[in-house]
Design a protein around this ligand. Sequence first.
Ligand SMILES: Nc1ncnc2c1ncn2[C@@H]1O[C@H](COP(=O)(O)OP(=O)(O)OP(=O)(O)O)[C@@H](O)[C@H]1O
Ligand SMILES: [Mg+2]
Length: 314
Amino acid sequence: MHSIWTEKYRPQTFSEFKGQEKIVERVKAMVEQQNIGNFLFAGPAGVGKSSMALIIAKTLFKETWKQNFLELNASDDRGIDVVRNTIKDFARLKALGNVPFKIIFLDECDSLTKEAQQALRRTMENFTSTTRFILSCNYSSKIIDPIQSRCTVFRFKPLSKEDFEGLISHISKGEGIKVDKAAIETLFEVCEGDARRMKNILQSCAAMSKNITEELIYDLVSAARPKEVKEVLEIAVKGDFIRARDKLLDVMLQHGLSGLDIIKQIQKEVWALKIPDERKVCLIDKCGEIEFRMVEGADEFVQLEALLANFILK
Ligand SMILES: Nc1ncnc2c1ncn2[C@@H]1O[C@H](COP(=O)(O)OP(=O)(O)OP(=O)(O)O)[C@@H](O)[C@H]1O
Ligand SMILES: [Mg+2]
């Protein structure tokens, strides 16, 4: 009742794992032959990198997985030295059970500096006989080449809508909640393939109602309904600047959105407008520029008005 759904519904076996079919297939084969090297898992948040590392450990080591698996966060603010010492202490001891090595899972490796990565590379080399490393990062481009070349790189993708449907139907059964079709669509839209985000939103919604609808989700995630944003843009395209501006302000206040929140939604809705493609391209370009200015600290409302003006200027 009180557990967090991302943990409660974390996949425990390869068969429960959704999506990433190619990765599952390859990793499963390697685990079955106990023939695994060092891995680098790259990909966006909440798509199964940590879960996959846990599944590998549980499948390989069975009951002794806890003794043979060490999870560390590379961005540990106590520094890479602490990480290295912990690794050393762990890797020095022989693996328990009949698998000849242990596994160290190092999360958020892309937050390591180049120097720290060099140090990590040496640590990896020192313990090759007793340890396998699974590194996880969002961007593999931030990992130095020598580490990449020591690892098999697996690129995780955002989950698909079908994967989401599967996960949601599993959770609905387990929790006795109802998620209608539009709500599933909305969850996918809002989470963009991030299963962690989806499970968290779903759990918060379920605390309010067993019947999960599109409205409930939008209220909770402080996002405007795409329809509302589209309306604002349509008014602007028709040339009614004042009404478009007022409506935009309305939408933002109602949902408590920041300029940056709304600009992402505007950018998505531009594609759905009934205007020539060349204009869409110009507006998308403008969205990028305005977003940059906001990130740099420019006044949000001035910038949003400037953006709306672009919808009116032909
Ligand atoms: N492929 C998947 N199949 C089923 N559930 C998933 C999958 N990917 C993620 N999840 C769910 O989302 C949660 C987060 O997943 P996980 O911790 O594996 O993400 P991650 O890729 O390591 O993300 P981060 O980069 O933020 O650490 C898990 O608890 C799990 O419930
Ligand atoms: Mg993770």
